[in-house]
Write a protein that binds this ligand. Structure first.
Ligand SMILES: Nc1nc2c(c(=O)[nH]1)N[C@H]1C(S)=C(S)[C@@H](COP(=O)(O)O)O[C@H]1N2
Ligand SMILES: [Mo]
Length: 336
């Protein structure tokens, strides 16, 4: 018989998201050995005592008013008719209060804590295999691009889904701007690192900063989209302002938020979730209803805010655009 005893660092079941459920034991011990302030200073009696003070905002509320944004004049951008959907857009009141952004906490209700993030000034670094490494101010970068709106599906590996109107520009344009060398095989993307504003980053059991990667072919696919806005306005902090990725044929964890660095590299980058739990989260992470996550089925998905479930689609419905990226790669773990 398997007896599962609650350890002091376990979260109460109801507030645990499947992505964060495991916390591999080696890391827990490593965190304890390192004397992580979070663990050392906590009241061991309950998980609420451990995390409640940091990650407390679960209540539903309207989105926070955006600060004056230096690029506000660029919104709303023209909708690109090539990217529309057969399902309704999820309301802003739902998507702005239901987020995964572990830098700010373990629950879906991190939107208030995320308001601590300072998004100006914001510098973006381009380095690695490029003609010339450079650091660019976010507003300079955004104004060098032509913004457009696209309606995209968004499917989390936890089997929930949304449909959102992103504003941004194709990642292919960002790759052109970076001027990578022919030897570059992957783009590695990194989120900011600042434990003073992002309490989750104080927990040394996690491999911060958040890292993700794409092959050059994926990054330059027409669907890969750099997001700067949503609902016809500059993007709010909880969605990953001021610059995030949207790769809608992949599970949501690939769509890295609040990016500060793009590195063009020869070796496949090891991403945040892959580093944490390689048996559950891989590099490719393409949506596939027939390949279950080790702990749950991916056959259906909950449409957040509607109370209904619908069948999951292969490549989240984007197979026409992306299936050819994976021919010849059948031996890889493409769907996790
Ligand atoms: N830096 C960073 N990026 C991230 C995450 C995160 O925790 N940190 N969560 C990912 C996951 S698991 C999902 S499902 C999406 C959620 O995006 P949303 O909150 O805009 O719906 O962001 C992804 N990007
Ligand atoms: Mo996710």
């Amino acid at each position: 018989m398997l007896i599962r005893r609650r350890r002091p660092w376990d979260m109460p079941e109801a507030s645990v998201t499947p992505e964060a459920l495991f916390l591999d034991r080696r890391r827990v011990l490593a965190g304890l050995a390192a004397g992580s302030a979070l663990v050392a200073g906590a009241t061991p009696a309950s998980a609420d005592g451990l995390f409640g003070g940091l990650f407390s905002s679960e209540k539903k509320a309207p989105p926070a008013p955006p600060e004056p944004d230096p690029t506000a004049d660029l919104y709303p951008a023209t909708r690109n008719p090539a990217f529309t959907l057969d399902r309704e857009i999820t309301p802003e009141s739902v998507t702005s209060t239901y987020n995964n952004f572990y830098e700010f906490g373990w629950t879906k209700g991190i939107w208030q804590t995320a308001q601590n993030l300072k998004i100006r000034p914001w510098q973006v670094r381009f380095d690695g295999l490029v003609e010339q490494e450079k650091t660019v101010d976010i507003d300079t970068l955004i104004r060098a691009m032509t913004l457009e709106e696209r309606l995209y599906r968004h499917r989390c590996v936890e089997a929930w889904a949304m449909a959102v109107p992103w504003t941004g520009f194709p990642m292919g344009k960002l790759v052109d701007y970076a001027r990578p060398l022919g030897s570059a095989k992957y783009v590695r993307m990194e989120t900011f690192l600042d434990p003073d504003v992002a309490p989750g980053q104080k927990d040394t059991r996690w491999p911060w900063p958040y890292v993700e990667g794409l092959t050059m072919a994926e990054a330059t696919n027409e669907l890969a989209f750099m997001v700067t806005g949503i609902y016809g306005k500059p993007i709010l902090k909880q969605y990953g302002a001021p610059l995030r990725l949207a790769v809608p044929w992949k599970y949501g964890f690939k769509s890295v938020k609040s990016i500060v660095r793009f590195s063009f590299v020869e070796e496949r980058p090891r991403s945040f979730w892959e580093d944490l739990q390689p048996s559950e989260y891989g590099f490719w992470a393409n949506v596939n209803p027939e390949v279950a996550h080790p702990r749950w089925s991916q056959a259906t998905e909950e449409l957040i805010g509607t109370g209904t479930r619908v069948p999951t689609q292969l490549y989240n419905g984007y197979g026409d655009s992306v299936a050819s990226l994976y021919t010849g790669l059948e031996s890889e773990t493409l769907y996790r």
